[in-house]
Design a protein around this ligand. Structure first.
Ligand code: NAD
Length: 470
C-alpha cells in the first residue's frame, strides 16, 4: 500500500518520506510520502488556481460533491477505521466512531447555508450582507482526531466556496492520505490538496501570501507561532488550542452515579482530547468516596492494542507524549497519592495504565499544565466559590463543567466559569451545530455552527441607494 500526497487532483509521491510508528508496538508500521517545501508551494498554487471556479460553483453543486464525500467515507469506514487505529492507537470502536463522525460532519456541512441577509430595506436604501469565500484555506491538524478534525475544517471550507491545503500531523498522516486517495476523483482538481511534513512545513503555509485563512487545531505554543507568522499577510485565523478543563462536582451528587461519567469524560481517547476533564474538583464530604470509585473504575479498564477485541484504552499516540505524561506522573508521586495506575503494562508500545492522583496541590504541574494523557488529578474543595476561583485560575479557557442535581445551583456555577464552553451534568458534548471556541489561551475564533462557517467568509455589504438617478 502506498500513501501519496494529493496535489492538483493527482496522487504524487513525496520528495521525502515519512516513517509512521504503530503506538501499540512502538515499531515502524508504514512509510508514506512527505512533501518538500516545493511541493507545498505546488499545493498552494493548485488551490489558488482552483479557487475562482470553485467559488463560482453553485452551492447546491458543491453540496452534492460533499454528500458524495460523506458517502465514500461511509463506504470505506472499516478500512479507514483500521488504519486510524494502527497509526493513532485508539480502540477500533472509537476509530469507527471517529470515521462515522467525519461522514456526519461532512453531511452536516453539505446542508449548511449562509444566505444573504437583508439588514435594511427602507425607502432610502437596501443593505445586504453577503458571505463570500476567502480563497485558499490552510487546514492544520493535530494527532488526536486526525480524520474528524480534518474533515471538520474541510467541510466548512468547501461549502463556503474556499479551496484547501490540508496538513495532518506527522505522527498520524495515513488516514488523511487514504481519505485523499478515496475522494480525489470526486473533488475538482486543486480544490483539496493534502501535504505531509516532518513538523517542519507548517510555517510555509501560515506565512504564504496566497493563503487567506488558517484554520489550526493544536497546542497553544504552536498556535502563537501560527498567529505571528500569519500577521504579515493579515490572514483570517481560527485557532483551536490547548485546554485544562475542570469539572466541579457539587455536594448533592451521588459518587456511584457520577464517577463513571466523570471517568469517561476524563479518559476519552485516553485523555488525548482537548476537552477532556483534566482537573476534577470534589467536595470534601464526598472526596474519599469519589476517589475510591474512580480508582476502582481505572483498575478495571482494559488497556491494550486498539485492534485487539475488548480493549477499552489504547496506547498514548506517540513517544514524545508518552514521555511527557510519564514524567508528569512521576513528579506527582511526591506531590500527591497515586491510587490507581501510575505504571505501564509490561511489553512494547506506549501504554500507560489509567492513573488517578489524589491529595495533590494546585501548584503541581499535573494540575497547572495540560496533561493530554491517561492521568487525572482529583482535588478537594470545601466551598464552591473557592472551587470556581481555582477552576478559573488557569491560562486556558476551553471548557469546564459543573455537576449537580440542583439545576439552579448548577446554573449559578456555570455562569461564573470562564471558558468557551460550559457543560452541566456532562462534559465534551460536541456537535457540528453547536459553536465551539476557546477563551483565554485556548483559542481565537469559533468553529462549527453558522458562527464557525462565517469565519470562512468575508462579510461583503452591498448597499443600494433607492434615490432615483435622474
Ligand atoms: P502541535 O501544536 O504540536 O501540532 C499541531 C499541528 O501543527 C501539526 O500538524 C504540526 O505539524 C503543526 N505545526 C507544528 N509547528 C508548526 C508551525 N510552526 N506552524 C504551523 N503548523 C505547525 O499539537 P499536537 O501535539 O499535534 O496536538 C495536541 C494539542 O492540540 C493539545 O494541546 C490539544 O489540547 C490541542 N488540541 C486542541 C483542540 C481544540 O479544538 N481546541 C482539539 C484537539 C487538540
Amino acid at each position: 500500500m502506498t500513501y501519496d500526497l494529493l496535489i492538483d487532483g493527482k496522487l504524487v509521491s513525496g520528495d521525502r518520506t515519512l516513517d509512521v510508528v504503530d503506538p501499540a508496538t512502538g515499531a515502524l508500521f508504514a512509510t508514506c510520502a512527505c512533501a518538500s517545501e516545493a511541493q507545498v508551494e505546488q499545493a498552494v498554487a493548485a488551490a489558488a488556481a482552483a479557487f475562482p471556479a470553485w467559488a463560482a460553483t453553485p452551492v447546491e453543486d458543491r453540496s452534492a460533491i460533499m454528500v458524495r464525500i460523506a458517502d465514500v467515507i461511509e463506504a470505506n469506514l472499516e478500512a479507514l477505521a483500521r488504519l486510524l487505529t494502527s497509526e493513532q492507537g485508539k480502540p477500533l470502536a472509537d476509530a469507527r466512531a471517529e470515521v462515522g463522525g467525519a461522514a456526519w460532519f461532512m453531511r452536516n456541512y453539505a446542508n449548511a447555508r449562509l444566505p444573504v441577509e437583508v439588514r435594511e430595506d427602507s425607502e432610502t436604501r437596501r443593505v445586504e450582507l453577503h458571505r463570500v469565500p476567502l480563497g485558499v484555506v490552510a487546514a492544520i491538524v493535530p494527532w488526536n482526531f486526525p480524520l474528524l478534525t480534518g474533515t471538520n475544517k474541510l467541510g466548512a471550507a468547501l461549502i463556503t466556496g474556499n479551496t484547501v491545503v490540508l496538513k495532518p500531523a506527522p505522527t498520524t498522516p495515513l488516514t488523511t492520505l487514504l481519505f485523499g486517495a478515496l475522494v480525489k476523483d470526486i473533488i475538482p482538481a486543486g480544490v483539496l490538496n493534502i501535504v505531509t511534513d516532518h513538523n517542519d512545513l507548517g510555517h510555509v503555509l501560515t506565512a504564504h501570501p496566497k493563503v487567506r485563512k488558517v484554520t489550526f487545531t493544536g497546542s497553544t505554543a504552536t498556535g502563537t507561532k501560527v498567529m505571528a507568522s500569519s500577521a504579515a499577510s493579515l490572514k483570517r485565523l481560527t485557532l483551536e488550542l490547548g485546554g485544562n478543563d475542570s469539572a466541579i462536582v457539587l455536594d448533592d451528587c451521588d459518587p456511584d452515579v457520577v464517577a463513571p461519567k466523570l471517568f469517561d469524560a476524563a479518559f476519552a481517547n485516553n485523555g488525548q482530547l482537548c476537552i477532556a476533564i483534566k482537573r476534577l474538583y470534589v467536595h470534601d464530604s464526598q472526596y474519599d468516596a469519589m476517589c475510591d470509585r474512580l480508582a476502582d473504575i481505572a483498575k478495571n479498564r482494559i488497556v491494550g492494542p486498539g485492534l485487539e477485541q475488548g480493549t477499552q484504552l489504547g496506547p498514548v499516540q506517540n513517544r514524545m507524549q508518552y514521555d511527557k505524561v510519564r514524567a508528569l506522573i512521576d513528579e506527582s508521586r511526591d506531590e500527591g497519592l497515586i491510587i490507581a495506575g501510575g505504571d505501564c503494562p509490561a511489553g512494547p508500545g506506549f501504554f500507560i495504565n489509567p492513573t488517578i492522583v489524589r491529595d495533590i496541590g494546585d501548584d503541581a504541574r499535573l494540575v497547572r499544565e495540560e496533561q493530554f494523557g491517561p492521568v487525572l488529578p482529583v482535588l478537594r474543595y470545601d466551598d464552591v466559590a473557592g472551587a470556581i476561583a481555582r477552576a478559573n485560575a488557569s491560562e486556558f479557557g476551553l471548557g469546564n463543567s459543573v455537576w449537580s442535581n440542583d439545576a439552579v445551583r448548577a446554573q449559578q456555577v456555570a455562569d461564573q466559569l470562564d471558558s468557551g464552553s460550559v457543560w452541566i451534568n456532562q462534559h465534551a458534548d460536541f456537535d457540528p451545530d453547536i459553536p465551539f471556541s476557546g477563551a483565554k489561551m485556548s483559542g481565537v475564533g469559533t468553529e462549527m455552527s453558522e458562527l464557525g462557517l462565517a469565519e470562512f467568509t468575508q462579510a461583503k455589504i452591498i448597499n443600494r441607494s433607492k434615490a432615483v438617478l435622474a
